[in-house]
Design a protein around this ligand. Structure first.
Ligand SMILES: *[C@@H]1O[C@H](CO)[C@@H](O)[C@H](O)[C@H]1NC(C)=O
Ligand SMILES: *[C@@H]1O[C@H](CO)[C@@H](O)[C@H](O)[C@H]1NC(C)=O
Ligand SMILES: *[C@@H]1O[C@H](CO)[C@@H](O)[C@H](O)[C@H]1NC(C)=O
Ligand SMILES: *[C@@H]1O[C@H](CO)[C@@H](O)[C@H](O)[C@H]1NC(C)=O
Ligand SMILES: *[C@@H]1O[C@H](CO)[C@@H](O)[C@H](O)[C@H]1NC(C)=O
Length: 486
């Protein structure tokens, strides 16, 4: 896969040039970049830099893609041998697991969850900086890059989620997704009933099902560039789009530097995300840019462009003939999100160009089964990236999520206690409950659940709470924690 086709760069070139017509000129940096050391580090290095433990695992999808999982097993409170919520975080389009740890520890969702006492897992979709190996080392680039988010939904998410459940020994996990990390989740849950049972709750941040009302670069790509992109694929086969190489970084800087100092021009991500942020820590932007964009396939970008054009939530469109062969129908099948049976929490905003209120309200909220919608939060003044890096996000989104998980987890395990008869003596609750600075409201709720328990005679075996750390596949070496991934 060493070939980051020069055509990917050509496309970048074309898109950046064209996109400049869209945006007003504005200056972001006053000459000086203050580069934080995290710009030069890998995800495990960043996690370690802030004093957190980190583990790296590989999982192999059933179609052979080797994906890398990063884990923060515990936080500043120290190792907790008891059972704890397992939380899985899935990044969005063109990003990596880095998106969850890009700010300071008290501002980043990955670290906040670890400090709350949870077992935190960060996924990496096929084709990004970390997950670009294949079980077949001789696979040709054109074969490798033949995927869109449909494959991520069908293969990547089940493989990663099953891997995490296997390693932790839990039966269910909490899922938090951003952007494409929600599109893939909605799609997977629509057609995979078994996976529904493995998700305890689903937190959808900047959620995407349709992008009929998308603004910015994607509208432009969908309306004006689709044919060019398709042509490149037809002529040269499937290729990578926007790899995170020095060339693409240099090119972005060069083009934007010459033409303008438009902040939106600094990076593809900002062309996608929405209007200028009012809550960014601007000195950290070089860190974000150093890690993203991180590569995906042109086919994936094409799939997003198709969504702009057909305004629906459909599988990949191969054209009438191709669809007939593949789907036995002239149009691709639609994902039916009404089938999803997982408790869901949605967070969206009016300043988001990709997950627009029109699409969230007009598609997701309309079609999702109301019975499973636990919370919908319509936030103001968040662009697509503010959900990850905005300075208001910890209070508006992350802390409420942490609290929802904690309350649900206690209810869940308490229910287990009531319904399981195991002959042992001790009950272990997450020690971190004591460390948390609960509000009175929290305390009452926890108290009402825990107190009745102490009156019951039922207790639970610690072994139910013990985590195991084995995972098996055909190739054991692939699944061992690996030391470091560049
Ligand atoms: C993990 O998966 C293997 C089979 O793939 C199975 O034998 C093992 O019991 C699983 N472990 C857990 C804790 O589920
Ligand atoms: C912004 O980032 C810089 C360094 O990256 C950090 O020193 C500073 O504390 C951050 N500011 C805020 C408000 O978080
Ligand atoms: C294809 O679709 C037609 C009608 O829509 C149906 O009669 C036929 O059984 C389908 N074939 C397969 C292989 O599913
Ligand atoms: C989608 O799923 C729901 C719930 O299972 C079902 O009632 C509905 O008919 C389905 N819609 C379509 C178009 O298949
Ligand atoms: C706990 O919360 C209270 C009220 O919100 C605050 O005054 C106090 O400083 C907090 N304590 C810690 C240790 O964070």
């Amino acid at each position: 896969m060493g070939i980051h086709g020069s055509f990917g760069i050509l496309v970048l070139f074309i898109t950046v040039i064209n996109a400049q017509q869209l945006f007003p000129q504005k200056k972001l940096f006053d000459q000086t970049y203050i580069i934080d050391p995290e710009a030069e580090m890998t995800v495990p290095e960043i996690i370690r830099r802030w004093g957190y433990p980190v583990e790296t695992y590989n999982v192999v999808t059933t179609d052979g893609y080797v994906l890398v999982l990063h884990r923060i097993p515990f936080g500043k409170g120290g190792y907790n041998p008891g059972s704890k919520p397992v939380v899985f975080l899935q990044h969005g389009l063109l990003c990596t697991s880095s998106v969850w740890i890009m700010n300071l520890p008290h501002q980043s969702l990955g670290f906040l969850l670890a400090d709350a006492g949870y077992d935190v897992w960060l996924g990496n979709m096929r084709g990004n900086t970390y997950s670009r190996r294949h079980a077949n080392p001789r696979i040709r680039a054109q074969e490798y890059w033949k995927f869109s988010w449909s494959e991520m939904a069908r293969y990547d998410l089940p493989a990663m989620i099953d891997g995490v459940l296997n390693i932790t020994g839990e039966s269910q996990l909490y899922y938090i997704g951003h952007s494409q990390g929600t599109l893939t989740m909605f799609s997977m849950l629509s057609e995979n009933e078994k996976m529904n049972k493995k998700i305890r709750a689903y937190f959808a941040i900047a959620p995407i099902g349709t992008i009929a009302n998308v603004k910015g670069l994607f509208r432009y790509l969908g309306e004006n560039m689709y044919n060019e992109l398709e042509m490149i694929t037809l002529l040269f086969g499937d290729q990578e789009y926007l790899p995170n190489t020095f060339i693409s970084r240099w090119l972005t800087e060069l083009i934007c530097g010459l033409a303008s100092t438009n902040p939106l021009c600094q990076n593809f991500l900002f062309l996608v995300s929405g209007p200028d942020s009012h809550q960014f820590n601007k000195t950290r932007i070089p860190v974000y840019l150093a890690h993203n964009p991180a590569g995906t396939s042109i086919k994936n970008i094409l799939h997003f462009c198709q969504m702009v054009r057909n305004q629906m939530h459909l599988d990949y469109d191969y054209g009438e003939k191709g669809n007939q062969q593949r789907y036995n129908s002239s149009i691709p099948p639609a994902f039916n999100i009404t089938k999803i049976k997982v408790p869901m929490y949605l967070y969206y905003s009016d300043s988001d160009w990709l997950a627009t209120p029109a699409d969230v309200q007009g598609y997701l909220l309309k079609r999702l089964n109301k019975k499973y919608i636990k919370e919908v939060k319509h936030l103001h003044d968040y662009n697509h990236n503010d959900f990850l890096w905005g300075l208001r996000a910890p209070d508006d989104i992350y802390k409420p999520i942490i609290k929802s998980i904690r309350l649900d987890w206690v209810k869940w395990k308490a229910h287990l206690l009531h319904t399981t008869t195991v002959p042992t003596t001790t009950v272990t609750f997450m020690p971190s409950f004591n460390q948390l600075n609960d509000t009175n409201e929290d305390k009452d709720l926890l108290g009402s659940i825990i107190k009745p328990l102490s009156k019951t005679t039922k207790t639970i075996s610690p072994s139910i709470f013990a985590a195991t750390t084995t995972i098996s596949t055909k190739d054991k070496n692939l699944l061992k924690p690996i030391s470091e991934e560049k």
